[in-house]
Design a protein around this ligand. Structure first.
Ligand SMILES: [Zn+2]
Ligand SMILES: [Zn+2]
Length: 180
């Protein structure tokens, strides 16, 4: 996965992994490949354990109450997960920037790509562009990639379910008010 300038692909990847953490190293690898990552070394139990430790730390960034707290938590992640930028032209050719050391396993690559991608996403689109689905029985993390930046649900399905629920609540209230 080449880091695009706005961090969208890595944020989408970590949202997917956080919503349903992989159960096996093979599943972890498959889902990264599906997201466009090239995997050039074996993926093992250590990678999965490292990912499962990383996901709650990333979700804490989502759950931060203020931009300052969000920045502080993400800065701590960047300190642990990324390194100074360097130019590389491995594999598919094409020079690009890595924010990590060479030779890391999949979890190390994901931690670096996701931390840097999240920083790019928040600074490009806005510090409030991460959140939790407003549908109470969902609560899944989402990234807001919309133009307007007013997303409140993880998906159109949750937005629709909440709209239906509010409509029914209003109807029920109206009927109750009509009764003598
Ligand atoms: Zn690369
Ligand atoms: Zn939802």
């Amino acid at each position: 996965m080449q880091q695009n300038p706005y961090g969208e692909d890595p944020v989408r990847l970590v949202l997917d992994l956080a919503a349903q953490p992989p159960c096996t190293p093979a599943e972890f690898a498959d889902r990264c490949v599906a997201a466009g990552m090239a995997i050039d070394r074996p993926v093992g139990d250590g990678d999965l354990a490292e990912l499962l430790e990383f996901l709650p730390r990333w979700l804490a960034v989502v759950d931060a109450d203020t931009p300052e707290q969000r920045a502080a938590l993400l800065n701590a992640l960047l300190t642990d997960a990324s390194e100074h930028p360097r130019l590389t032209d491995h594999a598919d050719g094409g020079w690009h920037v890595h924010y990590r050391a060479d030779g890391l396993g999949l979890a190390g690559v994901v931690r670096a790509v996701v931390s840097v991608g999240t920083a790019l996403h928040l600074t490009h689109r806005g510090m409030d562009r991460l959140g939790r689905c407003a549908l109470l029985d969902c609560g899944r993390a989402y990234g807001d990639f919309t133009r307007g930046g007013r997303q409140r649900y993880c998906s159109p399905a949750c937005a629709n379910r909440d709209a239906v629920r509010r409509f029914r609540a209003r109807q029920a209230a109206r009927q109750a008010a009509r009764k003598p």
